[in-house]
Ligand binder design. Structure first.
Ligand code: ADP
Ligand code: MG
Length: 256
């Protein structure tokens, strides 16, 4: 049975999509069966996995509205080594359309349950908000991976996310936990980043992943080739860090 993880942080530009596609590719490389779900109407994770969001006949929108199954919507990204449940702008409308429907926060969970035995990991790239879309992600997940940059305001935003996760845990999904905080775009030469990193470790202990993702231009270049950095340039420092992170995740789920 797949373990399901949301990559979430309500801030934009913190590295959610980069983390989702590179972790998916890293896990694929070490032999794990992965489904990557793009829950952001921007469709960056879809494009970044080599799937053209403009050409999708069906998307995760159809899954949420129950007009198609995951099996009908998913596509294989051969180059990347994982399956993709893609999204595009259409998904922005789902927020409103779901309002009047039953089990509106459980739609994704119900749909993913039907394919869960085909995967080891299902990774969900969340939009930069604590919206109904993110809630659908949180309701089906076993854990949340929180990518964060080690800067002052990062800690502030974390409180809101932690509170949301606590509420979802208490009311909607008792499996949900923060599996870990992932330090991304890290530059050890910047003193403030070291300080925030130390604060994180003293406050959150082993909830902070051992792996640190460095700031690395190859990771930023890869999406324009429709590839995760891990596939685009496996020898780049950032790519190697994501493969290390994939191994750390496999290790963590053994203990779950
Ligand atoms: P989010 O999904 O949270 O909005 P992204 O993953 O799209 O964030 O990242 C925001 C920007 O930062 C993108 O341009 C991405 O290429 C870049 N980026 C992400 N991680 C790194 C990294 N480790 N090193 C360099 N650039 C990065
Ligand atoms: Mg994103």
């Amino acid at each position: 049975m797949a373990k399901i993880f949301c990559v979430a942080n309500q801030k934009g530009g913190v590295g959610k999509t980069t983390t989702t596609v590179n972790l998916a590719a890293g896990l694929g490389k070490i032999g794990q069966r992965v489904l990557m779900v793009d829950l952001d109407p921007q469709g960056n994770a879809t494009m970044g996995s080599g799937i053209d969001k403009r050409k999708l006949k069906l998307s995760v929108y159809d899954v949420l509205l129950e007009s198609a199954s995951v099996a009908e919507v998913r596509v294989r990204s051969e180059k990347c080594g994982y399956d993709v449940l893609g999204s595009n702008r259409e998904l922005a409308g789902a927020e409103v359309e779901l309002v009047d429907l039953d089990h509106r926060d459980q739609r994704l969970k119900q749909a993913l349950a039907k394919v869960a035995d085909e995967y080891d990991f299902i990774l969900i790239d969340c939009p930069p908000s604590l919206s109904m879309l993110t809630l659908n992600g949180l309701c089906c997940a076993h854990g949340v991976i929180v990518p964060m940059q080690c800067e002052y305001f990062a800690l502030e935003g974390l409180t809101d996310l932690v509170n949301t996760i606590k509420q979802v845990h208490a009311n909607l999904n008792k499996d949900l936990q923060i599996i870990g905080l992932l330090r991304v775009m890290f530059d050890p030469r910047i003193t403030l980043q070291q300080q925030v990193s130390d604060q994180l470790k003293s406050h959150f202990g082993d909830k902070v992943f051992n792996t640190v993702i460095p700031r690395n231009v190859r990771l930023a270049e890869a999406p324009s080739y429709g590839l995760p950095g891990v596939i685009f340039d496996p020898s780049a420092r950032g790519s190697q860090a994501f493969v290390e992170f994939a191994n750390e995740m496999v290790e963590r789920i053994r203990k779950m």
